[in-house]
Design a protein around this ligand. Sequence first.
Ligand code: NDP
Ligand code: HSE
Length: 427
Amino acid sequence: MRVGVIGAGFVGSALVQLLSDPTRHHAIVDAATAPLELVGVAVRDVSKPRPGVDSRLLTADVEGLIASDLDVLVEVVGGIEPSRGYITSALRRGVSVVTANKALMAESGTELAQLAHKHGADLFYEASVGGAIPILRALRISLAGERITRVMGIVNGTTNFILTKMTNDGSDYERALAEAQALGYAEADPRADVEGFDAAAKVQILSSLAFGTSLCGEEIAREGITGIRSVDVEFARRSGYVIKLLGVAERVGPSGVSRRAHPAMVPLDHPLASVAGATNAVFVEGVRSGPLMWLGQGAGGEPTATAVLGDVLDAARNRVSGRHDAPFSGDPSLFAVEVGELKSVFYLSVDVIDQPGVLAEVAGVFGRHDVSIQSMEQSGYGDEARLSFLTHIALSSDVSATVEELTSLKSVDSVGACLRVIDRGGA
Ligand code: NDP
Ligand code: HSE
């Protein structure tokens, strides 16, 4: 089996080292049912030192590598283009493709899967969600017959690393992000992580396998962690919560599906609350299976490379036996439930001018939008005060309207975080 790799960054370098490990040679041949030959590794800059990667394998000629009679191409470059072009070119030649690229799968996964099928090739993307955690294979194969009701989890290692550092070490946001980048967790453009794009793409992929929603082509609700301040983290801690960026896909009624990625306050005794650092965790609830949970390294070169290698071996085995996996067609009866239609308890932090009557004015805005206040904490600093509210269960669209009106008040300096508070059974 001739294997080519595009990309030798954090994931690609770790994969090349796994493929070249002599102690794993027998196991790899056994799993692939054929010996694997690493034909070449395409990168942008062939002169860059890459420990553990044989420099004779390096090339800048990606199309040349794709055209070199490959059986399996691994794309671990990232981004939409030129990755999509390379994958398309390989699939048109009937070469099976393994990718870790969630952004691309959430944008063009459906057409790429159809192209793979048309040309008798596989398109596998296990590493695109949850790093080392084999969650896609579990949904695609082991739970294929189950009626899944919800998939919820921590699916972005970078943001979980940052939030953990802010919570446990009092680290500031910028320093924690720089550390996550140095450890190889972050995307090339870390806005994909901190603004929730990465988690949203993963929710889209998870939902397509869990429910049969479309893999791509639809925007899903997304909020990042850039608005979270240390005061919010501190309020959460004092109130018995921890802030986590969650990815959620769940059935609403018989045919509705809600998909979203947003930060939330998680009770400290919830299993997700203790998931720290770059660790990811995914809960799946099925009608008959009950709750299931996967936990493990969700980012980083080596953990992610193990998932990529698993796909390479699966694709190789399929090729040896002359078959390929057919893509799922999806369930056309499903419709998307807008996030505004969902109910939750909310936490809101509002910075106001500290003057008589301001609290009543702010509270009046909540009341006008049918949002009932459960508790309020005021902390003063100079001429200003910070008001931290927990609401009773409220409609998300009512809370958004409350935030909008609060923002327009002269007595309000700013509305900070607006976070959902999850209970033990929901989000
Ligand atoms: P890196 O940025 O570390 O590596 C990207 C690699 O791609 C580099 O070797 C770069 O070459 C090469 N490259 C970039 N552009 C081109 C091009 N036009 N032609 C050929 N090679 C190119 O990324 P990661 O390894 O972190 O991530 C790779 C993929 O894996 C992404 O899709 C990411 O989302 C995904 N992923 C990453 C995880 C992680 O924890 N890092 C976890 C799960 C998925 P050069 O070295 O010469 O610059
Ligand atoms: N940047 C991603 C993360 C990599 O932090 O989770 C894993 O997909």
